[in-house]
Design a protein around this ligand. Structure first.
Ligand code: UT7
Length: 328
């Protein structure tokens, strides 16, 4: 019997049309274009239109994937969604996306792993392909960060944006697809990047409603130190484990949190800049959305057999790396 791998067979992305530029932010908080670009690499980010939700973006992603692959949404077995900004605490974004996209025969759930959401979700979807339980799994990474960002806090509002993307996973017996993954978690890092209020530990009450703690908080400098080390380390680890050199890797798809973190990871892997997918200047940090958005934008440059390494670090802390062989 041939070995089965879970391979990506289609990609689609979705970003809102509304642009929030650095110049716009200069009018909202004490910041400036030069600071934002030099510290992060971000020039602008997208903000969802009023009335549109995460599940609307998700339904657009599913429609795009189905159109590209020439399949009906009814053929999808499962939709797994990496997000921390689902429409509601419950039901899940997956549940609503299945409904809105017409994926009547699919089921699924959300995975909460902040900026590593797409990695965790991709490996989750992979398991359902490998077990044989599913033939077509859509894996989505998307976030509406504007719903949890405090636009009076310059530490966070310049960084985050809205958007996401998704991939279709199907079984492959020709040696293409996900080869290996390393996923990590360390909950002791929770205090440095979190949305404190609104969970069961600190529910929203009459007294705390409107408090800054209801929004995303980040101690940037500390997270930066952990991110820059761990994202580079885990990427080097997956290369070593699979006997890959910088020459062998065709593409690095890094989480887009900060250009300096991306550069450090690429340097550690021995990659030249032309092998690194970077679109942070246009979309900022869309949390779970950054990696599928890169795959979507680079889809026509990817070639069958390309060695692709995906890497992320995010709140939790969560981080990891995935090595795959592009399948089309
Ligand atoms: O995606 C999930 C994981 N997240 C990350 O990986 C993000 C990691 N962290 C970072 O990317 C960076 O820490 C930031 C981009 C968030 C911040 O950059 P930084 O170089 O670490 O700046 P900092 O927080 O150390 O602040 C430096 C200075 C401070 O002023 P003083 O104390 O030196 O006078 C800040 O108050 O910059 C000030 N500052 C700003 N100035 C203008 C902070 N935010 C801003 C701002 N505009 N928006």
């Amino acid at each position: 019997m041939k070995n089965i791998q879970a391979a990506i067979t289609a990609v689609h992305g979705a970003v809102p049309d509304n642009i929030l530029s650095n110049a716009d932010l200069e009018k909202m908080v004490d910041t400036n274009d030069e600071w934002i670009i030099s510290r992060t690499g971000i020039k602008e980010r997208r903000i969802i239109e009023k009335g549109r939700t995460l599940s609307d973006l998700g339904a657009d992603i599913v429609a795009g994937i189905c159109e590209k692959r020439g399949i009906s949404p009814e053929e999808i077995d499962m939709i797994v969604v990496g997000t921390i900004t689902a429409d509601h605490r419950f039901p899940s974004a997956s549940n609503l996306i299945c409904h809105k996209s017409g994926a009547k025969n699919a089921w699924g759930f959300d995975v909460s792993a902040a900026c590593s959401g797409f990695l965790y979700t991709l490996v989750t979807g992979q398991q359902f392909i490998l077990s044989g339980q599913c033939k077509k799994v859509i894996v989505i990474g998307a976030d509406i960060m504007s719903s949890i960002v405090n636009y009076e806090d310059r530490n966070t509002c310049v960084i985050f944006g809205d958007g996401g993307g998704g991939v279709l996973l199907e079984p492959n017996d020709e040696g293409f697809g996900i080869v290996d993954s390393i996923l990590k978690a360390d909950g002791s890092g929770k205090e440095y990047l979190l949305q404190k209020l609104g969970g069961s530990a600190f529910p929203i009450t009459k007294e705390n409603v409107g408090s800054p703690e209801a929004y995303a908080f980040q101690e940037g400098r500390t997270v930066f130190k952990f991110a820059v080390t761990n994202m580079a380390d885990v990427s080097a680890e997956i290369m070593e484990k699979n006997n890959l050199t910088g020459e062998d890797v065709d593409w690095l798809v890094p989480h887009q949190a900060n250009l300096r973190i991306i550069d450090a990871t690429a340097n550690r892997m021995g990659l030249t800049k032309d092998k690194v997918m970077i679109n942070i200047s246009k979309y900022g940090n869309t949390t779970s959305g950054t990696i599928p958005l890169c795959l979507w934008e680079w889809e026509d440059k990817l070639k069958k057999g390309d060695n692709v390494v995906i890497a992320a670090f995010g709140g939790g802390f969560t981080w990891g790396s995935i090595y795959l062989k592009w399948a089309y």
